[in-house]
Design a protein around this ligand. Structure first.
Ligand SMILES: NC(=O)c1ccc[n+]([C@@H]2O[C@H](COP(=O)([O-])OP(=O)(O)OC[C@H]3O[C@@H](n4cnc5c(N)ncnc54)[C@H](OP(=O)(O)O)[C@@H]3O)[C@@H](O)[C@H]2O)c1
Length: 249
């Protein structure tokens, strides 16, 4: 055991859960947060003591600060914060609901900001630590069926990029994680083809390796991420028809 401590939000299911178990296998201790305390307790039991449950709704800024303080008091300084809690909801132009957009932004962007606000000060004070913000390849440009989600993830990428300039000066490493499609409860709801779909355990392995590296962005599957990156660089008159054709939108 290296004894290093990771705080993962959105650790009750999917990518966060798989990453928590993967980090434990690599010798980490993990503070696991999400709203579902039963799932967190199950995860903690499965880990044989290396994972501790800290239930939290990341949209509650005060609670997020309190939980971060509780983790530090009980387990010590956080070496790695994985800002992963997220949600998705559709709101097509024909049935557009601003409340849906607000909810997605509230969890994905404001919830992430609450987590950063709770994790960063102590890291900056110690001039040590690592932050990984889980965005998505859907944040590169707007995608069909994902207007609110793409908006939240584009915001997250920009937020992480903007913070990097400051954090670099304070000895804190920040990275952005951009997964393609990963099989989790979030994508189980999708009723369209998901190219290059991968398992959460494989995604966790890619993330764990990326966290050890120096690249700012951890994007996978690499071929899919590059395809979307290149598509995103195309002029609008090519981007929109090509993406519409590829997705049947
Ligand atoms: N799956 C993919 O294909 C994919 C691709 C790119 C990026 N991502 C991103 O990866 C991250 C994890 O997603 P996933 O696919 O693993 O989905 P998931 O299985 O649905 O996991 C989402 C996690 O976030 C937690 N969460 C949701 N709202 C929360 C809140 N208000 N406060 C605290 N925790 C909250 C959920 O637990 P509770 O409901 O118990 O709170 C759960 O643990 C998300 O940021 C997602 O956008 C996923």
């Amino acid at each position: 055991m290296t004894g290093k401590l990771a705080w993962i939000t959105g650790a009750s299911t999917g990518i966060g859960r798989a990453l928590a178990l993967r980090l434990v296998r690599d010798g980490w201790r993990v503070a696991a947060s999400a709203r579902g305390s039963d799932a967190l307790t199950g995860l903690a039991n499965e880990s044989g003591g290396a994972i501790r449950a800290f239930p939290l709704d990341v949209t509650d800024a005060g609670a997020t600060l309190r939980v971060a303080a509780e983790i530090e008091r009980e387990l010590g300084a956080v070496d790695l914060a994985v800002v992963n809690a997220g949600t998705d909801a559709r709101t097509p132009a024909t049935d557009f609901d601003a409340a849906v957009v607000r909810r997605v932004i509230e969890v994905n962007l404001i919830g992430a900001s609450n987590t950063l606000a709770a994790a960063m000060p102590e890291m900056i004070r110690r001039r040590a630590g690592q932050i990984a913000v889980v965005a998505s390849v859907a944040g590169y440009r707007g995608l069909p069926r994902a207007a609110a989600y793409s908006a939240s993830k584009a915001g997250l990428i920009a937020l992480a990029e903007g913070l990097k300039f400051d954090l670099d000066k304070h000895g804190v490493k920040i990275q952005v994680i951009c997964p393609g499609f990963v099989r989790t409860p979030l994508t189980d709801r999708n009723d369209f083809a998901m190219p290059f779909l991968m398992d959460a355990d494989e995604a966790a392995g890619r993330i764990a390796r990326g966290l050890e590296g120096s690249a700012f962005e951890i994007a996978f599957p690499r071929r899919f991420a590059w395809m979307l990156k290149l598509l995103g660089c195309l002029p609008d008159r090519l981007y929109f028809p090509l993406v519409a054709k590829a997705t049947g939108a």
